[in-house]
Design a protein. Structure first.
Length: 165
């Protein structure tokens, strides 16, 4: 039977308490007034629409006829990384109003779709086992499509509702 050191249990208890207090969620920061929340959400949506333009071009380049250049993969990687960062920023945005929280959730779903589409376009363009069906699907890629338009409309609707040009 192992012999415990004197005071060893107390030290372990202290370490456990320190660990638990570090893992405890920190209290939420007080949210800014609604106009400031809307401005920060609009700024983030502007960044998302700008990033979407690059992602749209990257997806379209994967669907061009002929061999797909390696630059298309790099562009898709950059676009995917930008979309992940935007989703992270969106998730961390402190919002209190229910309609702004819903807008953030919808924008997050649209960004999730964009990232999925970028990922799938790279998979189709650089498949290990090409066949006729894969090539036909790849040639139909022409951009992000309707969800990209939905994100622009969401941003424009929020801007109109706020009353800023």
């Amino acid at each position: 039977m192992p012999v415990s050191r004197p005071g060893g249990g107390t030290e372990m208890l202290r370490r456990a308490v320190r660990l638990v207090t570090r893992l405890r969620p920190r209290p939420d920061r007080p949210c800014a007034p609604r106009p400031a929340q809307v401005r920060s959400l609009l700024a983030l949506l502007d960044d998302a629409v700008a990033a979407q333009q690059h992602a749209d071009a990257a997806v379209a380049s994967c669907g061009e006829p002929g061999p797909v250049p390696g630059q298309a993969a790099r562009d898709c990687g950059d676009a995917s990384s930008a979309l992940v960062h935007l989703r992270s920023r969106l998730r961390e945005l402190p919002l209190a109003d229910v309609d702004l929280v819903r807008t953030r959730a919808y924008a997050a779903r649209l960004l999730n779709y964009d990232q999925w589409m970028v990922h799938q376009s790279v998979n189709l363009a650089f498949t290990v086992h090409p066949d006729a069906r894969t090539e036909a699907a790849r040639l139909q890629l022409n951009g992000l499509g309707r969800p990209a338009d939905d994100l622009r409309r969401l941003r424009d609707a929020l801007r109109t509702k706020q009353g800023t040009p």
